[in-house]
Write a protein that binds this ligand. Structure first.
Ligand code: HEC
Length: 141
């Protein structure tokens, strides 16, 4: 029993040596997405921790294995959609991303694992509707 604990402890410490890159690049506010205040508030509370350059890294984001999961979420989240550099996207890309927001805001975003730790990020049905209407995407049928 003691031995197992010791092995876990050593593994845990070894895991801490695998560092992840967690940063926010300098922000150029003129490139940020423009939206009515109520929508901006929703995006900031529910999406910005993975889809912007204004990520609030929680204290546990420094501890492996959480650090690995969180960095992966932010890196891949930003790759798909980064509200901080919205104006760098082409019109075509913006349209595609708005469609993505329309689709994902229905249920899958924000990620469930994120909501477990950030209750305030959960969206009500009404709030999801507000975001979806804001995208300007209409159902094709
Ligand atoms: C905890 C991190 C996290 C939060 C918070 C989050 N996302 Fe995501 N999002 C991701 C990740 C990671 C991906 C990459 C694809 C995947 O793994 O599902 C993604 C992908 C996306 C995509 C592209 C995927 C597609 O199928 O088109 C859209 C659009 C999106 N998110 C919108 C949102 C919106 C809108 C919010 C806020 C309501 C939000 N996300 C909140 C992590 C997050």
């Amino acid at each position: 029993m003691k031995r197992t604990l010791l092995i876990f402890l050593i593994l845990f410490i070894a895991m801490q040596l695998i560092q992840t890159e967690q940063s926010n690049v300098a922000i150029n506010k003129s490139k940020e997405i423009q939206a009515p205040e109520n929508i901006m508030t929703l995006l900031k509370v529910s999406c910005y921790d993975c889809h912007s350059d204004e990520v609030n890294w929680p204290w546990y984001s420094n501890i492996a294995p959480f650090s690995w999961v969180i960095s992966e979420h932010v890196n891949s989240g930003r790759k798909w959609l980064n509200f901080s550099v919205w104006e760098d996207y082409t019109e075509e890309e913006k349209k595609k991303k708005m469609k993505g927001i329309y689709r994902t805001a229905y249920a899958v975003m924000p990620l469930q694992s994120y909501i477990w730790l950030h209750e305030e990020a959960d969206l009500t049905k009404e709030q999801r509707k507000l975001i979806r209407n804001w995208t300007g995407v209409r159902k094709s049928k």
